[in-house]
Ligand binder design. Structure first.
Ligand code: SF4
Ligand code: SF4
Length: 392
């Protein structure tokens, strides 16, 4: 194997031809067009919270040269795509990060804490180390029907976080209430529901992710699934943009589905609420999938809700900090993007910070708790909608 050394002022990098080939293959050469302008470094939110700059530009250079320097900073990226949106050369930087992470996995250097996430997906079919038999424990009393393509309009794909996380389960229950109120015939997969593999993909283990894709597609085909709605924008994104064979399948984020029901006159919120709210656009909805209207349409259909926008909204949203596997890793106090976001929300004088993503809810609520805020809540669009279902 041919190796050459490149010496910089304070570091020696080993350029390894094999790794270079590997990276080019994994990223399809995505970093090649980078001309090192540094805009990505300037736009990355880590620059706001960390004393030491996270040089995104330097990672792109390393990807061009096939250098894997084993930096812990590699695992900071939340795959929020803020940098992708501002790169003048159109480099999909979050994809390059996934590629660099895959090389780290291939060479036995994953971040501490992440292998157990993958093992949990392998053994439990969820990244949260929960027993697979408990996947539908949240819905024990709801008597949800098993999905039947002959009789159901749509599959409710709940996803791991909205199934196992106690806080996110409230969102799933709210959504069931709304679907029932709108008279939608829907079913669930119950304990057969597979993990979509999003966390595996975004921590960079593409080979295992592709195995999950095969398993999931088998279940969907066997159960006759075509159109399905997801609670999490992360599940929605991975099905829509990263499953190689989605012909004949139609993933929909639940806000998009509800927005259509409102347009068709099938869903009406009748009870008047009295709240000034602001909305946190989830990165995986607004930026990765260009969807910022559907959640606003649902909020706009709830009587008595006033929406006051934060400065960074829609595709310019600020990440909550929970993507790219960061939900499974510690983020030091003072370095949480969600703290900044809660400050932005408080500035609008809203009493509720609404979002439409279980990861956002978790991060933002942690920040609200750590700031010991009173009379200020974090809620999901579905929870507000469920509250507004019936006039008193
Ligand atoms: S913004 Fe784009 S072109 Fe500029 S350094 Fe970053 S990746 Fe390279
Ligand atoms: S995707 Fe987000 S967190 Fe990752 S490098 Fe880009 S701006 Fe930073």
């Amino acid at each position: 194997m041919e190796q050459t050394e490149q010496t910089t002022k304070d570091q020696i990098y080993i350029i390894d031809d094999a790794k270079w080939d590997e990276l080019i293959e994994i990223t399809h050469g995505a970093a090649a067009v980078c001309y090192q302008c540094g805009v990505c470094t300037a736009t990355c939110p880590w620059g706001i919270v960390k004393d030491e700059t996270v040089s995104v530009r330097k990672f792109m250079r390393q990807a061009q040269l096939g250098i894997d320097n084993g930096s812990e900073q590699l695992w900071l990226c939340t795959t929020c795509a803020q940098c992708d949106a501002s790169c003048p050369r159109g480099v999909v930087i979050s994809d390059v990060f996934r590629g660099l992470r895959q090389v780290a996995w291939d060479h036995g250097k994953p971040e501490e804490g992440l292998p157990s996430v993958l093992w949990s997906v392998f053994w439990n079919q969820n990244p949260w180390s929960q027993a697979p038999s408990q996947r539908f424990a949240w819905a024990k009393d709801l008597d949800l029907p098993s999905f039947d393509p002959e009789n159901h309009e749509i599959l409710f794909y709940v996803g791991c976080t909205a199934s196992f996380d106690k806080r996110a389960q409230k969102v799933s229950r709210s959504l069931v209430q709304i679907l029932n109120a709108a008279g939608i015939s829907f079913g669930v997969l119950g304990d057969d529901e597979p993990c979509c593999g999003e966390s595996v993909l975004n921590v960079g283990h593409k080979p295992y992710f592709l195995e999950i894709v095969d398993e999931t597609m088998k279940v969907f085909q066997e159960r006759g699934v075509t159109k399905f709605l997801t609670v999490s924008p992360h599940c929605y994104d991975v099905f829509k943009n990263h499953y190689p064979q989605m012909d004949g399948f139609e993933p929909v984020h639940y806000t998009q589905y509800l927005a259509v029901l409102i347009d068709e006159g099938r869903l009406k919120f009748e009870k008047k609420l009295k709240h000034k709210v602001t909305f946190q656009d989830p990165c995986y909805l607004a930026r990765h999938n260009n969807e910022s209207q559907a959640p606003r349409k649902v909020l706009g259909a709830i009587p008595g809700i006033t929406l006051e926008e934060m400065e960074n909204n829609a595709s310019d949203t600020l990440c909550c900090g929970g993507g790219g596997g960061r939900m499974f890793l510690e983020t030091a106090a003072g370095e949480r993007f969600s703290d900044l976001r809660v400050d932005d929300a408080l500035y609008t004088k809203a009493d509720i910070l609404v979002t439409a993503c279980p990861a956002c809810i978790s991060c933002l609520e942690d920040s609200v708790k750590s700031k010991k805020l009173k009379d200020f809540a974090v809620m999901d669009v579905a929870e507000l909608g469920a509250q507004a279902l019936r006039a008193k």
